[in-house]
Design a protein around this ligand. Sequence first.
Ligand code: NAP
Length: 288
Amino acid sequence: MPVAIVTGASRGIGAGIARRLVAEGCDVACVARTLAEGDSHLDGSLQRTVDRLTEAGGRAHAVVADLSAPDFDAHGLVCEVEIVLGPVDYLVNNAAAAFYPSYLETPRKRMEVSFRVNVVAPWLLAQAVLPGMIERGTGSVLNLTSQTAIMPPGPPFKVAPQIGGATSYGGSKAWLERATVGAAAELYGTGVSLNCLSPDTSVITEGSDALVDLSAYPNEPVDTMAEAAWALLTGDPEEFTGRVEYALSLLHRLQRPVMRLDGSGLLEGWQPHEFDTAYLIAPGGDRP
Ligand code: NAP
């Protein structure tokens, strides 16, 4: 069985990707801070995700870790997963710290937490799994990023009222994208891939819903993110590496059927020919 680590799997997109990975036959280590329901002000917990994965017939393991901790031990985490589940084939760096204060009002602590969770932890976790992947000649790292990484167009500038310039969040995701492509270039030809994935629109999750009102914006389901994630994790590493992809755009370009999270069949209403192409983002960040 392939083994995957998914960070931020206590809820939202991470829990969805973990579910899809189990449907594809993977054993999954789920990482987050919230072990039990009620430990966070948001719905979702590692226990709930692991129970669902186990009920679905998968093998899952909860790892409680705070990725913002200055002493976060990525090697220790990967060792624990390898002892319990085996060598890691897929790493999905999905956890994120998202805050949208204005640039001038962003406290140093918030900026540093964004950077630790969104940049430092993915970097350290990838460094911990990549040597084993390279030795085995196979494996993939997927970093979840965001269209806020794209430079705001201007001048003149017009920022969205709810997220402003998304300076700490978008800035950290831009850094993550650049580091991913650089690492992919260095490791090209080893059989290992590193890619980035973001939604083309937004995904209503426990976290995003608590942060901004997304009801007025176009959105897409977790299932399309999970389909695109699986496409990138299992794509030919000669072709699918060093990419900064947007889920709907990738699936549309590949004309790839979209499965439900539980792998039980096609997701109604969300097949590539049904996408609203007005919202698709080209690789590199241009809307057609
Ligand atoms: P979410 O619902 O807020 O979930 C975030 C996950 O990250 C939770 O499982 C949370 O678990 C974990 N996490 C946060 N801080 C952590 C920390 N310090 N240590 C360990 N785990 C931590 O987020 P989402 O909407 O599913 O987003 C998932 C990914 O997609 C993120 O990378 C985000 O940037 C990206 N994305 C989402 C959207 C969207 O519209 N939703 C758009 C663009 C990009 P605990 O609280 O239990 O620790």
